[in-house]
Design a protein around this ligand. Structure first.
Ligand SMILES: NC(=O)c1ccc[n+]([C@@H]2O[C@H](COP(=O)([O-])OP(=O)(O)OC[C@H]3O[C@@H](n4cnc5c(N)ncnc54)[C@H](OP(=O)(O)O)[C@@H]3O)[C@@H](O)[C@H]2O)c1
Length: 329
């Protein structure tokens, strides 16, 4: 059936400025790392994408290697862009990345100019796009001059293949260097994509300050710690969960009794606030104005709907914040 997007889609989402740029991103963005690959069910991920767009989610995040198999999430997304979103390209912010292993040989990963430019071309082909809105260096390459990696990002923009560029998982120190190089090249760094959640707080040790000082946005990935920051693992490991899937990146070894104890306490606090744990975990990130957007995943429509409700309460009292610190410490 032809998809007709919700006419009221922009009424309930908030849009936050990305650093000091002219671009706004939805408070919640959707990532296609899991659940959109060749192993997944078309009608399910189609429904997730439609639900997202209907709720005002304008930003979809991909990478060359998302699947499995690698490349299939971009291919599947390309099919849906054509089928459902062709008339809405200018309402969308689509990102892709290169950095992790994508093809064999010395030019299929890391940060060389050779790899980044070839990979961007491949991503555009898979998605059937002329350009992506944001192209990222997916990880810092210790063996390639940073000038070369950032120079490749600058070239990609000048070639019209991306509108903005970003970096992902760079340390505070390497981020500062990359941001300066990009500034000198005349292609400012738009955004940094780090892993950040209640369970993963490395960005608080310097990166957030670097981003704030340089006017670069921040979009935390895995804000639910891949599903740990929900109530789903409290009664065992559901057979359809990421931890149970062979290709899932969440490993059962990460679900320790100590972690479960923390989840249990956080879950009780969330319920006291009238939220699910997923909603509280997302709101906890969004309370910081330096966070542009939280980049969530979802394996079904109901999860996306649950997570979206975090927008209804992003306020934390000092007492709640200190309780959370107590639980996490
Ligand atoms: N730059 C990088 O290096 C990098 C790395 C990783 C991810 N990312 C990006 O970040 C995006 C999000 O990462 P992520 O998928 O790990 O994010 P996440 O939001 O932390 O985890 C998403 C998973 O949690 C479960 N879930 C989500 N909402 C739920 C809810 N309301 N209730 C119960 N369970 C829920 C689902 O897993 P189940 O399958 O168990 O249902 C879902 O697939 C990726 O798609 C990708 O775009 C980037």
């Amino acid at each position: 059936m032809t998809y007709v997007p919700n006419h009221a889609r922009y009424e309930h989402m908030s849009y936050r400025r990305c650093g000091k740029s002219g671009l706004k991103l939805p408070a919640i963005s959707l990532g296609l790392w899991h659940n959109f690959g060749g192993v997944d069910v078309f009608e399910n991920y189609r429904a997730i994408l439609r639900t997202a767009f209907d709720a005002g989610i304008t930003h979809f995040d991909l990478a060359n290697n998302y699947g499995p198999p690698p490349g299939s999430a971009e291919e599947n997304f390309g099919v849906l862009l054509k089928k459902d979103f062709a008339a809405h390209r200018d309402e969308l912010i689509i990102s892709s990345k290169a950095g992790h292993l994508m093809w064999p040989g010395p030019y299929g990963e890391w940060g060389s100019r050779k790899y980044l430019i070839a990979s961007c071309d491949q991503s555009l082909k898979r998605m059937g796009l002329d350009y992506v809105d944001i192209f990222y260096s997916h990880r810092f390459d210790p063996n390639t001059p940073l000038e070369e990696t950032m120079g490749a990002l600058d070239s990609i923009v000048r070639q019209g293949k991306a509108l903005y560029v970003g970096i992902s998982s760079y340390t505070a120190e390497n981020s500062a260097k990359a941001i300066q190089i990009l500034k000198d090249l005349g292609t400012p760094c738009l955004i940094h994509q780090p892993k950040y959640s209640m369970f993963e707080r490395w960005v608080e040790g310097g990166l957030m300050d670097v981003l704030e000082e340089s006017g670069v946005g921040c979009i935390p990935f895995s804000p639910l710690a891949q599903g740990l920051l929900t109530d789903k693992y409290l009664k065992g490991i559901p057979s359809d969960s990421r931890a149970a899937k062979e290709h899932g990146f969440l490993k059962t070894s990460q679900i320790t009794p100590e972690t479960l104890q923390k989840i249990e306490k956080l879950n009780a606090l969330a319920l006291e606030r009238g939220q699910t744990l997923a909603q509280m975990a997302l709101a906890w990130l969004l309370k910081d104005p330096r966070i542009t957007s939280v980049l969530i995943g979802a394996s079904r429509v109901s999860q996306l709907k649950d997570s979206l409700k975090c927008l209804e309460n992003q306020h934390f009292s000092a007492e709640e914040l200190s309780k959370i610190e107590g639980i996490l410490s």
